[in-house]
Design a protein around this ligand. Sequence first.
Ligand code: KIV
Length: 284
Amino acid sequence: MPKVTVPQIQASKVRNGSEPLVMVTAYDAPSARVAHEAGVDMILVGDSVAMVALGYDDTLQVTVDDMVHHTAAVARANPDALIIGDMPWMSFHVSVEETVKNAARLIRAGAQCIKMEGGRKRIKMIEAIRAAEIPVIGHVGLTPQSANVMGGFKIQARDAHDVRRTIAAAKGLQAAGCFAIVVEGVPDVAGKLIADAVEIPIIGIGAGADVDGQVLVYHDIIGLENRFKPRFVRRYGTAFEDQVESLTAYTSDVRSGAFPADAEMYKATDELSEALGLYGSQPT
Ligand code: KIV
């Protein structure tokens, strides 16, 4: 499959006959290779890395340096999927100049575009990033970087006023030049109305089925994150349990002496053994 491009994604609208888009997060080279083999359309190097891979309780702890590090690891796997660098908290809040420079760092690390959380108040920053020729994906609804303001990871757009406000935000992001929008944690009807209201694809996560694509966190899909399961997650694997089983077997084999076996050693040649005096008497 040739490398997926921004114009291809931008043109993918289910109501125009496109297949739903597939986005998955990945934070390192092995998971990017898996995503590539699975044929996903987009890999999001999400700031969710903070929670699923780095052990933090929220996404506010990761920096641009962290995101550059993980984006570069994903890019080194050279996947066909479009790579999206996620702008972490405080990387687009201070000044336009800093915002554009931070977005450029993710592109130089190997992303083809960036994603930024927030609605209409981000428009100035999005326009500046677009002016630097960097494609942008918006993100509205439940925006985890706003967890302290929202009072936690709470479903958004629960009343008609909020649904209309979120639709208006999506339209604003489209007008500012976003080529797609992630909509997270909203009732299914809100996901549908937002997808109906714009020309660009809406990628849902906990936004129902009537959108233009889905995104899930890698560790949720494979079951490596097994502590809690939001309603919108479907686990396709039991990676945590599978990996515990593998490491338990390894632990047991090391302790019993069953590992390593002869076939897992670099056996000494006869010459080396002889030179070391290992035939007959042992070396002193
Ligand atoms: O960081 C992330 O993984 C995300 C997705 C939940 C959309 O932003």
